[in-house]
Design a protein around this ligand. Structure first.
Ligand SMILES: [Zn+2]
Length: 386
């Protein structure tokens, strides 16, 4: 099947400084020149905490490996079984797990030959440098293989995921900088787009390669399989197509404009976070609403607060002193009050576009999950109006 080279953000989670300074050092394989063991996987594999907060679900890692969130790991294990080995990753300077897995492709491909004139180590035979531009004599599997440097290049492989066994470096030597390439099939990249997984791009200076008829048919069939295995077709923290459609329709059905416009941007600056996009849309276009008979309970009314009344202190993590462990994990931002004394909070999670909603039960001093987004929360507030 057709494969293409993949790139991602240069701000690598497993590097100190953009894509330089890998924080997971490899042991030397050669006792003479110290050439690293490129197939070694350091454990625990460490990531820089602040960089893990991206809402993407795919990212490049060192040496032709990559990083995936749990949903994409499930997709790949279903669609390309055995083609990667997955390792839990940890935050640098902590024993806590991150929400990312290191995916190490098990299939490798030789992509180029290094010029015979480059000096090699007598013990391990590895060249002292292998610059892909000037020190390769021949490309075998790469966008450069057809001499057109990436324009519409595809290579053939029987696998959907593979990395180069060939390595590249700068001209000064592999001890300055070393890398391997990642390739995935055209059909798998299309599938990842279809499940709205972000973070991978085709390494091309031209138009991305479109799937052909057979590849598209494969994608449709695999999407059905993903669905039937109960794996979500959209990332956590984003709206499903259905919920998004409902929300747009609901906004339209509410004819009134807010009495006083909400200045979302200045509130976000003050709180130093981005509010969920659907909430920001709603509060800007409609303003804070009240709802009666919420959850079929005639006596329960819910009133949304104005953006200036958003409570950013009372329900934050570590503030409530709840005995309930799950409640302690919630970092709450209160945006609506119920007439019975309970209230509704977003669980602040900077890795998500849409925050999950929890209801705070004041009698028990604990949180209960309420909805996976502001939109599904609204659906509960509004109730069945049909
Ligand atoms: Zn050596």
């Amino acid at each position: 099947m057709r494969c293409i080279e993949i790139t991602g953000s240069d701000d690598r989670m497993d590097c100190r400084d953009m894509f330089n300074g890998p924080i997971n050092e490899l042991p030397a394989k050669c006792p003479k020149c110290g050439f690293p063991d490129l197939d070694f996987v350091p454990k625990p594999y460490l990531l820089v905490r602040s960089k893990t907060l991206t809402p993407n679900e795919l990212a490049m890692a060192a040496n032709g490996n990559f990083l995936v969130r749990e949903r994409i790991r499930q997709v790949l294990e279903l669609i390309a079984p055995g083609q990667c080995t997955y390792y839990q990753t940890h935050f640098k300077g902590s024993s806590d797990s991150t929400p990312w897995f290191l995916a190490v492709p098990t299939k490798k491909v030789i992509t180029a030959k290094v010029k015979a004139s480059i000096r090699c180590c007598k013990t391990c035979q590895e060249p002292f440098s292998a610059h892909p531009g000037s020190q390769y004599s021949e490309w075998l599997f790469s966008p450069q293989a057809d001499g057109k440097r990436g324009r519409g290049w595809t290579g053939e492989s029987e696998f959907d995921v593979l990395k180069s066994s060939t390595w590249g470096s700068c001209t000064e030597g592999w001890n300055k900088w070393i890398s391997r390439n990642l390739f995935i099939s055209v059909r798998l990249l299309d599938l990842l787009k279809r499940v709205k997984a972000k973070g991978f791009y085709e390494a091309t200076c031209g138009k991305p390669t479109a799937p052909d008829k057979d590849e598209s048919a494969w994608v449709e069939e695999r999407l059905e399989r993903i669905k039937s295995h109960g794996i979500r077709l959209h990332p956590a923290g984003t709206l499903s197509q259905k919920d998004d459609k409902w929300f747009r329709g609901y906004l339209k059905s509410l004819s009134h404009a807010p009495k006083s416009p909400s200045d979302i941007k200045s509130v976000e600056r003050r709180l130093r976070l981005k509010l969920p996009k659907s909430y920001a849309d709603f509060i800007t276009k409609i303003g804070p609403l009240s709802f009666d008979g919420v959850d079929n309970n005639q006596s329960t009314a819910v009133q949304m607060t104005t953006v200036d009344e958003l409570d950013f202190t009372t329900y934050r993590r570590g503030t409530l002193q709840s005995d309930d462990e799950e409640s302690q994990a919630i970092d709450g931002l209160m945006f609506a009050r119920a007439s019975d004394g309970d209230c509704f909070c977003f669980n602040i999670d900077k890795g998500r576009k849409e925050y999950a909603v929890f209801v705070y039960r004041h009698e028990f001093n604990h949180f209960e999950p309420y909805a996976d987004s502001f939109v599904t929360c609204l659906q509960r507030f509004v109730g069945d109006q049909s």
